[in-house]
Design a protein around this ligand. Structure first.
Ligand code: 3EB
Length: 329
């Protein structure tokens, strides 16, 4: 599944599984006409991220023609599917402490995906209000969140090496918004970055439980291979590197390039890729233009498909984080 970005609300959602809006005051989840709508609060102007079911295997297209798009809102989880792919997401109202509620909601999300027949989670997004603030116990909310997420994966029998690629980023207000892409048959192949410790092995100094995600996943079929690159920042080993934007940018870019290179050792078709989309997160609005220009220059891609979001990042020192989707040429 691949996203398409626009400044305007999409008019024809017939082929879309989901629309995620970034920006504005609303924090809502709804399902209308077979499409999941998630509104995430943030600075304006708003951006619309539209999810279309793109097939990775030739058989899927035919299946999709027969398979009606299905959608629903079950147990507070909005979901939609077509052919072999499913989108599902939830909004969790803000809580003084997150981990218990996050664990329950994550378990419900995994349970729903499996019940619908989509047991392979290959990409997730996690957006938290006030991500760097402390909870009622004096624990940073991101760490509180990580604790619950990790417990949920463990309880649901998802092993560390099967975790999906992910993003964990702040929102201007609110609780926790999570959404996932899942496949019926194909597991994502996890790729780790040899320059970085796997996040799920970060030492205890970053929280009671490590963040649960893979650096990247490859979804490969006979038609297409897609590399989903997790939110990537200026981290080497487990340590934050660089103080200035320029320093952090250089390390982050090398991390993304190393991940792509590592993926291409396993999937030679990914040695030469097109940048389908980027999501660029900057802590300070003043850094937007510079970072966006640099990312386009380095990774290619279009302005339209490389939106910048002003957001807090899960380590207080980090100024920038970038996620990407690469498809083979
Ligand atoms: C890092 O590498 C930076 O908690 O889901 C990146 C991607 C980061 C995903 C997550 C966090 C997450 O540790 C932060």
């Amino acid at each position: 599944m691949l996203p398409c970005y626009s400044h305007e609300r999409p008019k024809n959602t017939q082929k879309m599984l989901a629309v995620v809006r970034y920006g504005g005051e609303e924090a809502t989840l709804s399902v209308e006409d077979g499409c999941v709508w998630m509104y995430l609060p943030g600075p304006k102007p708003a951006r619309y991220e539209c999810w279309q079911a793109a097939a990775i295997t030739s058989g899927e297209d035919e299946k999709r023609a027969e398979d009606e798009r299905q959608a629903g809102l079950d147990d507070g989880i909005g979901w939609s599917c077509a052919g072999d792919v499913l989108f599902a997401g939830f909004w969790l109202d803000d809580q003084p402490e997150l981990s218990e509620a996050v664990k329950r909601r994550y378990e419900a999300l995994i349970t729903l995906c499996r019940a619908k027949g989509f047991g392979h989670f290959y990409r997730m997004w996690n957006y938290l209000g006030a991500i760097n603030a402390d909870n009622a116990q004096g624990e940073e909310r991101y760490r509180d969140f990580c604790y619950g997420r990790s417990q949920a994966f463990e309880a649901m029998g998802v092993s560390l090496t099967d975790l999906p690629a992910a993003t964990g980023i702040g929102l201007s207000t609110g609780g926790v918004a999570v959404y996932v892409l899942a496949h019926r048959e194909t597991s994502g192949v996890n790729i780790e970055n040899p320059r970085q410790l796997p996040a799920y092995r970060y030492p205890r100094c970053y929280g009671r439980r490590s963040p649960s995600f893979a650096r990247g996943t490859v979804m490969a079929g006979d038609q297409q291979a897609v590399l989903y690159v997790s939110g990537t920042a200026s981290i080497i080993g487990h340590e934050t590197v660089g103080q200035t934007l320029a320093e952090q940018q250089a390390v982050m870019v090398e991390n993304i390039q190393t991940l792509q290179k590592t993926a291409s050792e396993r999937f030679p078709e990914l040695a030469s890729v097109t940048c389908q989309s980027l999501k660029i997160y900057v802590r300070h609005a003043k850094d937007s233009a510079l970072i966006q220009a640099a990312m386009l220059d380095i990774f290619g891609g279009t302005v339209k498909q490389s939106p910048v979001f002003i957001a807090d990042i899960c380590r207080k020192e980090l100024l920038v984080e970038v996620e990407a989707m690469f498809i083979h040429k």
